[in-house]
Design a protein around this ligand. Structure first.
Ligand code: 13P
Length: 342
């Protein structure tokens, strides 16, 4: 393993003022997003949409450090005459291309309501191919739900183990792993329960990473924030979310991890930005804290675009705005008033 090279990529992904665009929706997930704007999810529509994002020059060059791609996109070409690979557009903008390599969640046998993420078989060979195509980092998402009697220890352990095995395989194939244990915010639990489960999950993940001899300085953690479940009706202040999230991270994440890039997980665009900003305002943290948002970066451009070519410039502006807001939040320099100026 070329540790200095991997470290360099990991550090670039979490560089101050920048963050990651998670554009790696599976074919099923992007269909749901397109359904919401009344657009049929064809291979061409998916290409046009993602090409539009990657060609949004200001957003990409100034605020996006890396882009997570779904396999289809990594091997797809732009609509121009020469058929420029989409991955080339990302590289030209100065960002690092990455690849989602997990095969999604499956029911965990014996544990009703819980899932395990699959995709370890043949992973090394896939990573070699993806690296050849330009990918320099990868992502694997484990999903932990909160509910009556869940999560169980067995599900936490199995998911943490798979994440660590994935991370070790990535590094052996010269790919930086993004380790994503997502505690869902879908339930009716309060913020204390989210805090306890997130602490439990992160402790278990780092134990497993240690056991699998993963180089912590050559990975990026992608966690959820500590936040009340959507169905709880509770609204905690940005300062409380920030304080509790940072406290859990300080307890669980070794300082050798270069950066933490949060998922947005269903938070509104502005909430996701305000929470990240509040965390960075706390200051004196051992790791860079930034974003790796899917929905919170794409909701505005996707709805502005609506599948119509004449809306491309406005959609790119909407993307640039969210990217700039989150870039400022990664520095603790965002202000609510900046949203209205858009
Ligand atoms: P969201 O920010 O929409 O949660 O997506 C991030 C992601 O990559 C989930 O795996």
């Amino acid at each position: 393993m070329d540790l200095p090279a991997l470290k360099q990529v990991a550090e670039k992904l979490v560089a101050p003022g920048k963050g990651i665009l998670a554009a790696d929706e599976s074919t099923g997930t992007i269909k749901k997003r397109f359904d919401a704007i009344g657009l049929q999810s064809t291979e061409t529509a998916r290409r046009d949409y993602r090409e539009m994002l990657f060609r949004a020059e200001t957003a990409m060059k100034e605020h996006i450090s890396g882009v997570i791609l779904y396999e289809e996109t990594l091997y797809q070409n732009a609509a121009d005459r020469s058929g420029t690979p989409l991955v080339e557009l990302i590289v030209r903008a100065g960002a690092v291309p990455g690849i989602k390599v997990d095969k999604g969640t499956k029911p965990l046998p014996g544990f009703p309501g819980e899932t395990i993420t699959e995709g370890l078989d043949g992973l090394g060979e896939r990573l070699d191919r993806d690296r050849e195509q330009g990918a320099r980092f990868a992502k694997w998402r484990a999903v932990i739900d909160i509910g009556a009697g869940v999560p169980t220890w067995s599900a936490v352990k199995a998911n943490a183990h798979a994440l660590a095995r994935y991370a070790a395989i990535c590094q052996a194939h010269e790919i930086v792993p993004i380790v994503e244990p997502e505690v869902l915010m879908d339930g009716d639990h309060d913020i204390e329960r989210c805090e306890a489960v997130t602490r439990w999950v992160l402790n278990t993940v780092f134990e497993e990473l240690f056991e699998q001899r993963v180089a912590l300085e050559a990975m990026v953690l992608k966690p959820n924030m500590v936040i009340a479940g959507k169905k709880s009706g509770a609204k905690n202040s940005a300062d409380e979310v920030a304080r509790r999230t940072v406290a859990v991270l300080k307890d669980c994440v070794p300082a050798s991890v270069p950066g933490i890039a949060f998922l947005s997980g269903g938070q509104s665009d502005e909430e996701a930005t305000a929470h990240l900003d509040a965390m960075n305002r706390i200051g004196s943290l051992p790791w860079n804290l930034t974003f790796s948002y899917g929905r919170a970066l794409q909701h505005a451009p996707l709805t502005t675009w609506g599948g119509k070519v004449e809306n491309v410039p406005a959609a790119q502006r909407a993307f640039a705005h969210r990217a700039r807001m989150n870039g400022l939040a990664s520095l603790g320099k965002w202000e609510g008033a900046l949203e209205k100026a858009a």
